[in-house]
Design a protein around this ligand. Sequence first.
Ligand SMILES: Cc1cc2nc3c(=O)[nH]c(=O)nc-3n(C[C@H](O)[C@H](O)[C@H](O)COP(=O)(O)O)c2cc1C
Length: 234
Amino acid sequence: MARESGGASAQGGGAVGGPMRERLRTIPVFAGEVPAFDPDTAPDDPVELFTQWLDHALRVGVPEPHVMNLATADAANRVASRFLILKDAGPHGWSFATGSASPKGRDLDANPHAALACYWPRVGRQIRIAGTAAPESRRTSAADFLARSPDARAEALVGGQSAPMDSVQEHERELSAARERIAADPSLVAPEWTLYTLRPDYVEFWQGSRDRNHVRLRYTAAGEGRWQRALLRP
Ligand SMILES: Cc1cc2nc3c(=O)[nH]c(=O)nc-3n(C[C@H](O)[C@H](O)[C@H](O)COP(=O)(O)O)c2cc1C
């Protein structure tokens, strides 16, 4: 069970209303142009709504709207999260790519339950997706790898993501060796590189509002490509 932190200052040492708390309290939120979102006119399919929201985000200049947070948990239920790039979204789910031997790859191997989330401050929109992630075929993963820039391919070819390294110089030597291998053989694919697709149990669209009367629409998978929709309390 979660324990409450004692007292008004969670950090213990600081006085109530100490400098950090004050600084955080003064930062505005939902300060951008918050668009209207009428859930009654939302499409039946969450992928369609995601596409509409992404197109809108791109039109109004939301920076990097394809960056999402991925949360995973290992076999012992220890949770970790990190940001990554969304590679695709369609009827099969939301796809992202990474090395299968990275901590997140190992988490997904032990426990396929995962969640994605993004927040677009310029429009006060959050999207949350949760379900199970599975690797795509080697062929599909290889195609994703080969579509990456030579630098990105070289980094993945070195591998060992998130492992401690002895020195920056040693890593740079490994990286230039990987760049040479790629230059000599442009069809080279890092064996660990994997495209995963998260098949959602639910997808939630969250439209922030300055008066905190946020609009939340959740699509829950109802089998055979059908979705049940529900409004959620803000
Ligand atoms: C904006 C952004 C995009 C990223 N995109 C990816 C990505 O597509 N794939 C990836 O493996 N790591 C990506 N990373 C790095 C991850 O956040 C993370 O540091 C790395 O994958 C190691 O995670 P892990 O130790 O949990 O496996 C990105 C980081 C940022 C900040």
